[in-house]
Design a protein around this ligand. Sequence first.
Ligand code: PRP
Length: 185
Amino acid sequence: MLSEPRARGVARVLIDEPTLQGRIGELAAELDAEYGSDAPLMVGVLNGAVAFMTDLMRAMTIPLEIDFMAVSSYGASTRSSGVVRILKDLSRDIEGRRVLVVEDIVDSGLTLQYLLDVLQRRNPADVAVVALLKKDKADAVPVRVDRVGFPIPDEFVVGYGLDYAGRYRNLPYVAVLDPAAIGEG
Ligand code: PRP
């Protein structure tokens, strides 16, 4: 039973809004307990993590700060080699800080692998990762993901921050697109 009307092009709602928000509440409580008064710096990875980041931070009650990074791969061929480019860097020094990377999805793991490498070189107190979604993929690179909202099958998903050709990020749920919608741009 769907809890929201489906957007055009959506074939199936994979994770509905109440389920998302319920799980985010659980993650927030765990993170509150983990960090206490340490005031972690939450680092959202643009653009996809925006929806998750804003809901997660508002569900947390401890003191915290936020910042954002944007990265881009050079395209399909270089993505497989893990070559990623920083489009927007953090606006502060993280030395000695507790850093919490907030990702919408871990797919191949290459983006996260690169980000963790970059962040670790800056001598933070520690770096942890919370990802809303993690694809169940045998060939993903082994990368540290401390907390996962939902493991999902290896399907192309949109909504709640995730896009297809720049669209669908504003859906309040995670969905699978109708194959007929893919290619329409
Ligand atoms: C997506 C997502 C992750 C990354 C995961 O970002 O937000 O950052 O891909 O994929 P990986 O594990 O295979 O590296 P994308 O590059 O699509 O940019 P976006 O967040 O702006 O949509």
